[in-house]
Design a protein around this ligand. Structure first.
Ligand code: ATR
Length: 273
């Protein structure tokens, strides 16, 4: 029997997830469908209940429902618990088991696809919202020499520091708190690029030849990536690889087989110019 999976979010007009999972299914010979389900702002639980009643085996969750999915889950795995948000679920009878693969997808893209080892590196994460929070545990698990979180609203960065500093060498502060410190990997996890804005990151943070990574995708050369390139970054990347890699983690968790990601990343990438 064909197994059903879905992405639940709002709006989903431009989502690439059905294409990605459809391609993974073809590639691995898995008999499944993957659809996009838009739910009204107060309708997440109802939409999920309906999908489960119709035989749904698992879902991905995107904005604005990642926190609601956290509340809906009956079992939270560690990454989801620490991220405070859920992007993936598996259903088994009454159980709704919840994961968050966003941060792991990002780490896989940085290390496996872009060839930048995080272990022993100096890593800077910009932002302290949901996207940054989701990256913290997977980043710290790679044991960077230092992980710094900078945020415009400093208390939000400090709160992340209080929650995550037990997991590794983590320092937090504002954009002007770190003098001339330079980093090997600089990740923009703010939502600034969505609006064509630039976070107030000092130019000095980019070590010569560093990797600059913007979590948004499909926006071309964002102001952040332009600054990084002009400041001497050796490699710039947007978040399309992260999107495909988190999907691959979800697929492997649901189906027990790991799809290849590189062909899809190449197909979905837009030039960063
Ligand atoms: P997400 O879930 O995408 O992380 P969020 O939780 O609303 O979204 O968080 C948005 C993040 O982007 C925050 O860290 C925000 O900074 P503040 O906490 O100071 O608001 C950051 N952000 C958004 N626009 C920004 C800008 N123009 N400059 C710097 N930071 C910005």
């Amino acid at each position: 029997m064909t197994d059903r999976y879905a992405l639940i979010g709002m709006p989903l007009g431009h989502t690439k997830s059905p294409l990605i999972h459809g391609e993974f299914a073809r590639q691995t010979g898995q008999d499944l469908t993957y659809e996009a389900i838009e739910a009204p702002a107060d309708g997440f639980a109802t939409a999920v209940d309906r999908f489960r009643a119709a035989g749904g085996r698992g879902i991905n969750v995107t904005l604005p429902f990642k926190i609601e999915a956290f509340a809906y889950a009956t079992e939270l795995l560690e990454r989801a618990r620490l991220a405070g948000a859920v992007n993936c679920m598996k259903f088994d009878g009454d159980r709704a088991i919840a994961e968050n693969f966003d941060g792991l997808g990002l780490v896989n893209d940085i290390q496996l696809n872009l060839g930048c080892a995080m272990r022993g590196g100096r890593v800077l994460l910009l932002g302290a919202g949901g996207a940054a929070r989701g990256a913290l545990l997977p980043f710290l698990e790679q044991e960077p020499e230092a992980l710094v979180v900078m945020n415009r609203t400093v208390p939000k960065a400090r709160a992340l520091g209080a929650q995550f500093s037990a997991y590794g060498n983590l320092t937090t502060g504002g954009y002007s708190d770190f003098g001339e410190r330079r980093f090997d990997i600089v990740v923009n996890a703010t939502s600034a690029s969505l609006r064509g804005e630039l976070p107030p990151v000092p130019r000095a943070v980019f070590a010569e030849g560093c990797l600059a990574y913007d979590l948004v995708y499909g926006k071309g050369l964002t102001p952040f990536l332009r600054l990084a390139r002009d400041a001497g970054a050796g490699r710039i990347a947007d978040g399309i690889g992260m999107l495909v890699e988190q999907a691959a983690e979800a697929f492997a968790w649901w189906r027990g087989v790991r799809p290849a990601t590189q062909p899809l990343i190449e197909r979905l990438s837009v030039p960063l110019t």
